[in-house]
Each structure stands twice: as structure tokens, then as C-alpha cells.
Design a protein around this ligand. Sequence first.
Ligand code: DQA
Length: 154
Amino acid sequence: MHAVLVLNGPNLNLLGTREPSVYGAMTLADVEARCRDYGRQRGLDVTCAQSNHEGALIDLIHEWGVRFRAGQALGIVFNPGAYTHTSIALHDAIKGVEPLPVIEVHISNVHAREAFRHQSWIAPVAAGSIIGLGVDGYLLALDALARRAAGLKT
Ligand code: DQA
């Protein structure tokens, strides 16, 4: 089993009650359970974490960078929430653990929303970005990591 971290940033703990017309009705616990099940079926051992604190997110990225270098982790699926649009520190953290693949996920289509959501500091250092496909985006990102693990990435 390949270890993967599904990491959620600020305010994503409010999924289910937060702007359901934008983010849907599933709670974070629902999404995490789905990710664990979906991952297991694809040979991934999914760990889930969420924090509202930038430094805590950075610490987790560093920790998984060490695991990746030791050959004990495959990558991170990361929804950085609003830090996407503000955090050069998260950009640097991801850059600092290269080549650990980090796949950026946004539930909503940030490009169809306010202009301040159009800039991502994460996209330039992400292995890829999945945007606007609802909470299915997490599963698609897991698929991408599973394909890498199986040597199927083209
Ligand atoms: C989000 C989009 C961000 O702009 C917003 O701040 C979030 C959630 C998304 O998943 O669509 O918190 O990352």
C-alpha cells in the first residue's frame, strides 16, 4: 500500500454547512471517508488531515517530504483553501520537498469566482491541479497518484 496524505486547509472543516451551494452538502468527515475507501480500492493507504493554521500545514508538508525521501509515501492531495491565493510560505514548502508530488484540488471553479481567487501560489509548484469538479476532485487526484504508483502516468 502506498501512503498518501489528503490535506485540507482553512475553513474546509466547515464543509457540509459552509456555502453548500458552492461546496456541496458533504461534510469533511464524509469526504475523508470517501477518500480512504476509494484509495484503499486502488492500493493507497490514505491519511487525512485538516488545519486552519498555515504553519501546521507547512509542518505536515515537511513531514511528508521526509517520508517521500525515505520511499514511504507517494504524494499529497492538497486543498489549501484561501491560502491558495495568499501563501508564498506554502509555495516554498512544496518547492522545498520537491519532487514530492502535490496535487492541488479546489472543489469550486475558482476561475469562475471573484478575481482574488484567480491567482494560485500553489499551481506553479503543484504536479497538477483539479479545479471545479466538486468533491470528486479529491478522488480524481487520488487516481492520478495511483496511476503514478502503477507506472501508468503518460
Ligand atoms: C477552495 C477555493 C478557495 O478560493 C476558498 O478560499 C476555499 C475553498 C475550493 O475548494 O473551492 O476555502 O479551495
